[in-house]
Write a protein that binds this ligand. Structure first.
Ligand code: GCV
Length: 605
């Protein structure tokens, strides 16, 4: 008996209908299924075991949501739907807001096998089929996952395996030196080539179905080929050739930029970096290398344009990287339904005729995202942040889904389909991204966060730092000029987008300050000045959060106390955060400009 029957019908409990009939569907795509219902009952057709499992989950969801199986074929848009944990072997989770690591503690693998099994079921039920458990910032401790920690990792892989989830290991590019004692990690050195080949042989002996290695190289002080005068392709290919005999792959991250910039240097523009480093190398990467590209050119900000690198390389496999963990989007204290932002990202044009969505499954062959889970009892700290994990899985499977569809399903599956609960909660979640943007950094104005931990406002926290993250506000204007007259960043886009972004009057307003340096009296389409818009959104954002609190309170009778109370506590904290943002940002711009709010609301001096 396959996993799906066992799990669903033997562990599923009372009240389930008769076991469905599983049928072979040899012509169906890998992992896909067709769900139908007739007088005999439910029928799940699939070509493989994974399809049976996903079909079983889909049936379970249909039953819970009161939907009829529609008989269509459901198959994933991309074969690799990847979750990246940023977990350290110490047990800490980089940018983690849900407790400690589910997998590691005090330098060892340390976990509750029952919980990991639940986690594997949770991920697979959302459609996720690849997981990297360790942080891309590989420490000397976690580097040893490919040496002495390997047997322990193999035991974890065995828990994920029945759920059709394969592991990925994040490796340190400097491993030949760190672990192998070689004098160099130069990817063209024969000793290094041999070392990686042997390392891969050893790893695949322990975990034969390992999906491959994930690498952050030449980025934020990580080792990489550039330091040895080699290209990113040289670096990726040495690893790709080592794992190739085992059917493995390399995910090579494109988050390569100068993190030691001088703020006085106005020529270097961090958003240009990924394209500048990787586009010229198109065609030089081995076929089993996938470049993993963050969705935006900055770093998971509340509002960024899509990365011009996505889809630009015609001869290189690419994955889009999203961030589920809410590093810059409220840290699982503030409510932020990422599905809304991701729908916008996918709907955005990449040319005059294509959207980003149309690249998924074509130029973009894999979807990856940074996990938001930890050992908190509810997995994600903020209960409603569970919807973000679910949304990633659903969108990676079917990028045509809307945020409304996904969130509506999530609420239905989590709290039930009662409209009195579902509709208000859906409304709140759908508007949560806009609300957060209003009280933090509207109009594409990024990086006003507190340094290091990235929660709360600090308008100039990064302004004179080395991270290349500047808005350059003065008493007359704000924003970086990225037009042809400025840093030229816009020229990395398709000509259709260049024309749109270059012209401040045509540029999508939500991105105005990402691309343009504008004076505070610049008129928006609403007729308001830029400055007045900033004041208004900050006041509105706080009001929105107050409304969220009222809505949530009104739902109290319909919710279990275990769900109600912790979210109410977080909403109260969100209100404090929103007020802090409102006051700090409004005061900052008032002090810069001396221009009061046209509506006479209180701005601190
Ligand atoms: C894992 C940002 C984060 C880092 C993260 C890095 C990355 O800079 O702040 O914590 O490191 O992105 O994506 O590699």
């Amino acid at each position: 008996m396959g996993y799906s029957e066992y799990d669903m019908w033997l562990q599923g409990g009372e009240g389930l209908p008769p076991e469905p009939c599983f049928a072979a569907g040899p012509s169906l795509p890998p992992e896909g299924f067709r769900l139908t219902q007739d007088a005999e009952g439910f029928r799940i057709e699939s070509a493989d075991e994974a399809g049976r499992m996903y079909g079983s989950y889909a049936l379970q969801a249909c039953l819970k949501l009161g939907k009829q199986p529609d008989g269509s074929v459901s198959a994933p848009a991309v074969p690799e739907r990847i979750l990246n944990h940023w977990d350290n072997l110490t047990g800490e989770v980089e940018r983690g807001y849900s407790g400690k690591s589910l997998f590691f503690k005090d330098g060892e693998l340390y976990y509750d096998p029952g919980r990991i099994k639940d986690y594997a079921r949770l991920l697979s039920s959302a459609g996720i089929n690849r997981v990297c458990l360790n942080n891309v910032n590989v420490t000397p401790l976690s580097a040893r996952l490919i040496t002495d920690k390997l047997p322990d990792l193999a035991e974890l892989a065995a828990i994920f395996r029945p759920f059709h989830i394969k592991l990925i290991i994040a490796v340190d590019f400097g491993s030949p030196v760190l672990l192998g004692g070689l004098p160099t990690a130069d990817p063209l050195d024969d000793r290094v080539i041999g070392w990686w080949a042997q390392a891969a042989d050893r790893v695949y002996e322990a975990i034969p179905d390992l999906a491959g290695f994930l690498v952050k190289a030449d980025s934020e002080f990580r080792d990489g080929p550039a330091a040895m005068g080699r290209t990113q392709a040289d670096g990726a290919n040495v690893l790709a050739r080592a794992v190739k005999p085992h059917g493995g792959k390399i995910w090579w991250r494109c988050f390569v930029y100068n993190c030691e910039q001088d703020w006085r240097d106005t020529k270097t523009d961090r958003p240009k970096a990924a394209y500048d480093h990787f586009f010229p190398l198109d065609g030089s990467f081995d076929a089993n290398v996938t470049l993993q590209i963050k969705h935006g050119p900055s770093d998971f900000q509340v509002r960024e344009p899509n990365s011009p690198l996505l889809g630009a390389m015609k001869h290189t496999a690419q994955a889009m990287e999203l961030q589920i963990t809410q590093e810059y989007t409220g840290q699982q204290i503030d409510l932020y339904a990422l599905a809304v932002q991701w729908e916008e990202i996918l709907s955005a044009a990449v040319s005059g005729t294509r959207t980003m969505r149309s690249l998924i499954g074509e130029e973009i062959g894999a979807m990856a995202a940074v996990a938001n889970t930890g050992n908190d009892a509810n997995w994600t700290g903020h209960t409603l942040a569970q919807a973000n994990l679910y949304a990633f899985g659903r969108l990676a499977w079917d990028p045509s889904l809307t945020a409304k569809e996904i969130l509506s399903d999530w609420i239905g599956l989590t709290f039930g389909t009662e409209p009195a609960l579902r509709e208000p909660l859906l409304g709140m979640m759908l508007s949560s991204r806009g609300t957060y943007e209003k009280y933090t950094t509207p109009l594409g104005l990024c990086w006003m966060v507190n340094v290091h931990h990235h929660y709360g406002p600090s308008p100039e926290g990064y302004e004179f730092s080395k991270w290349g993250t500047y808005h350059r506000a003065d008493h007359k204007a704000v924003g970086v000029d990225r037009t042809a007259n400025g840093t030229g960043y816009i020229q990395q886009y398709h000509p259709f987008l260049q024309a749109l972004y270059e012209d401040a009057d045509r540029c999508p307003e939500e991105l105005l300050l990402y691309f343009h340096r504008l004076s505070y009296d610049f008129k928006l389409k609403s007729g308001k000045t830029l400055l007045q818009h900033i004041y208004d959104t900050h006041f509105e954002g706080v009001e929105d959060v107050t409304d969220f609190m009222k809505t949530w309170e009104s739902l109290k009778p319909l919710l279990p106390e275990s769900a109600y109370a912790p979210v109410a506590v977080r909403l109260a904290r969100q209100l404090e955060n929103a007020k802090e943002w409102r006051d700090v940002i409004n005061t900052y711009f008032f002090r810069k400009t001396g221009i009061p709010d046209s509506k006479g609301r209180h701005i601190y001096r």
